[in-house]
Design a protein around this ligand. Sequence first.
Ligand code: IPE
Length: 265
Amino acid sequence: MTTVLKLGGSVVTDKEAVEQVDTGRLERAADAVGAVHGRDRSEGDGTTPEPAELVVVHGGGSFGHPSAERYGVTTSDGTHDDSAVRDIHGAMRDLNRAVVDTLADAGVPAVQVAPFSTGYRVGGEFQQPAGAVAALLAEGFVPVLHGDVVATAGQGVTVVSGDELVTELAEGLDADRVGLCSDVPGVLDRDGAVIERIQAFDDVADVLGESAATDVTGGMAAKVRTLLDLGTPASVFDLDGLDAFLAGESPGTLVAGSYFSYGGE
Ligand code: IPE
């Protein structure tokens, strides 16, 4: 069982400040991960047929976004300014160090993997070879990747978002589950209520239409489209739902295309 979990920048950082880790929320998330994927558990007790493999990806929050903005770098607009690379990547490494250390303190065999050194973008498409991550998983580690800058053919470097990494890794590792933990409890309908399940974009298109215009990365509508295309069931939830997700439940919104048969009905 392979799970890819994204901890959004809003979970691990204080988004209102500059380069500020949200220690309380990060520790809470790390404890939840440690309770299920801690060192003792990943070593196994001989009764678990298949080890539970976990990859963590975290966003940029108040680390990646301000420095990327300063240099005008996005997922589609690149730069050849080497100081931009050092600053944006450096900020993300600082955050990654805090995330990895906090996970390690919570008993998770967390190790850092930098997309800048392992991924790249060609023709607009982000590629993250999964070989090293798969090998680390097989050896019992919990690889921790992060939004970053990556080499981009013809453009220098561009930003890679945590969501892009999640998609690439879920496909490359043939993951069984994806979890997106952010500051929203799920995909919300017009009344602000969490939509429990999304199986087709048309079911929610009118509810999600507006958010697409207000978010530069495409907002929830783009996220839902990507998740429906994924071929791996994905849950969208907030920190309150993390324990349940790691326990195998489906907190928040479960987004899964027609390949997936929803149980219990
Ligand atoms: C952004 O990653 C990474 C950089 C800006 C370098 P994300 O886009 O995944 O971050 P959050 O989760 O929205 O903060």
